[in-house]
Design a protein around this ligand. Structure first.
Ligand SMILES: Cc1cc2nc3c(=O)[nH]c(=O)nc-3n(C[C@H](O)[C@H](O)[C@H](O)COP(=O)(O)OP(=O)(O)OC[C@H]3O[C@@H](n4cnc5c(N)ncnc54)[C@H](O)[C@@H]3O)c2cc1C
Length: 386
């Protein structure tokens, strides 16, 4: 379909900034840019009818890291990198709560837990030492609340609660009062509303196919007839980024999830991690949302396909019956099953970079984009403003 002169001079007129991807990172960056400079002409291009990446398909944990995850991160990328990433996550969560009301995004601070089993990948005998170490190094960096002049512990050993919560085959439990949960699609919608209210244009069903950087800006080709011109281009397509930037160290990682019917006597509220975060679950009202098990089939889960697989779904169901619900509990019906695409790499740090003149990217959220996106956006904006 040929475009009209009116369309060419409005929707498709040259822009100051084009952002590819209407997930948390694209939206938070638009939010930062438009608040810093309300005159900027910004367009977000999104290939889906609605945002179709991980941001509306995740588990809605507002978390900044569990004990075993952070200890593993220290081994993987050193203490300084671990602290930097946790700080970004913690600050990101504060920002979400400062910008949006609890009701608007269904935010609840029920706390976050990590479950451990004897003989698992994490050595439980180290738990108290690791908790003491993390509390010591994290509190001053994060600036967590104090009580009577002392930092409130970020993590505590709550193994005595296991029975009360009804879990099976779990031998230790760590708890953090600073973690919460939210409705991630409500957060995406709230961000959409906030940026559109300030004049940011979002074009859905628009897939970027190619771009070419030149002296004055960037020319963008999409599935539409119109060719777009922009002064700056920011790519925020996370797990899908290889399509446009094959050179980046970002691998797609599928996360599969299900939600059960309401379980009348569900014994817990909160967000829960197990097996270094490979399994995660939370209450959604009286329903159970459970996801993960990617480590059961790493090879086939390195995909951008949004199907679910029998193997992973069955593993999750077994996990629910063997660990989460009390012994002898009736198996609940599964109401919904779905998957989403994360962007992973060799290390767990986002890539926020200029790649060519006027072309930037903010990708590789490593499965923690709910929390980290607001701060990634601030860093991307600093980079783009030079
Ligand atoms: C199952 C699951 C559970 C998760 N649970 C949590 C959690 O509890 N807590 C947490 O912090 N994080 C979680 N995550 C990770 C979190 O959802 C992501 O880190 C975050 O959503 C990434 O945001 P993003 O904006 O970078 O990418 P996305 O949300 O993936 O957005 C990228 C967008 O780009 C669009 N796009 C791609 N290619 C193109 C193109 N060529 N042209 C135009 N548009 C394009 C896509 O359609 C998509 O909308 C989870 C992820 C999954 C999959």
């Amino acid at each position: 379909m040929a475009i009209s002169v009116w369309e060419k001079e409005t929707y498709y007129a040259p822009k100051d900034v084009v952002i590819v991807g209407c997930g948390f990172v694209g939206l938070w960056t638009a939010y930062e840019l438009i608040n810093k400079n309300p005159k900027l002409n910004i367009t977000i291009l999104e290939r889906g009818v609605i945002p179709s990446g991980a941001s509306t398909r995740n588990a809605g944990f507002s978390c900044f890291g569990s004990v075993s995850e952070l200890i593993y991160d220290v081994q993987l990328m050193g203490e300084a990198n671990m602290l930097e990433t946790v700080k970004m996550r913690y600050d990101g969560l504060q920002k979400i709560q400062n910008v949006f009301g609890k009701e608007e995004i269904d935010y609840d601070q029920f706390g976050g837990y990590e479950l451990f089993e004897d003989g698992g990948a994490y050595d439980i005998s180290k738990l108290d030492t690791d908790i003491a170490y993390l509390n010591k190094v994290l509190a001053p960096v994060l600036g967590t609340p104090k009580k009577n002049g002392k930092y409130v512990p970020i993590y505590t050993n709550e193994s005595k609660q296991i029975k009360k919560l009804g879990f099976q085959n779990i031998n230790a439990l760590a708890y953090s009062p600073f973690e919460g949960q939210l409705n991630s699609a409500k957060l995406v919608l709230a961000l959409q509303k906030a940026v559109q209210g300030k004049g940011v244009q979002i074009l859905f069903n628009t897939e970027v196919k190619k771009f070419k950087s030149h002296k004055k800006g960037v020319t963008i080709k999409t599935n539409l007839e119109a060719v777009l011109e922009t002064k700056q281009l920011l790519i925020c397509t996370n797990g899908f980024v290889k399509q446009l930037l094959p050179e980046l160290d970002v691998v797609p990682a599928r996360g599969q999830v299900f939600v059960t019917e309401p379980i009348p006597n569900l014994k817990f509220k909160g967000t829960f991690h197990f097996d270094e975060g490979f399994y995660y679950f939370r209450n959604l009202g009286k329903r159970l949302l459970l996801g993960g098990a990617r480590n059961k089939d790493f090879k086939n889960e390195k995909t951008t396909s949004l199907e679910t697989s029998k193997l992973i779904q069955k593993t999750l169901e077994e996990f629910m019956m063997k660990r989460i619900l009390p012994k002898g509990a009736k198996k609940p019906k599964i109401e919904l099953r779905w998957s989403g695409t994360m962007g992973m790499g060799k290390i767990k740090k986002p890539i926020i970079q200029q790649l060519q003149p006027n072309v930037y990217c903010a990708v590789r959220m490593s499965g923690m984009g709910v929390a980290i996106a607001p701060i990634v956006a601030q860093k991307a904006v600093e980079l783009m403003r030079g």
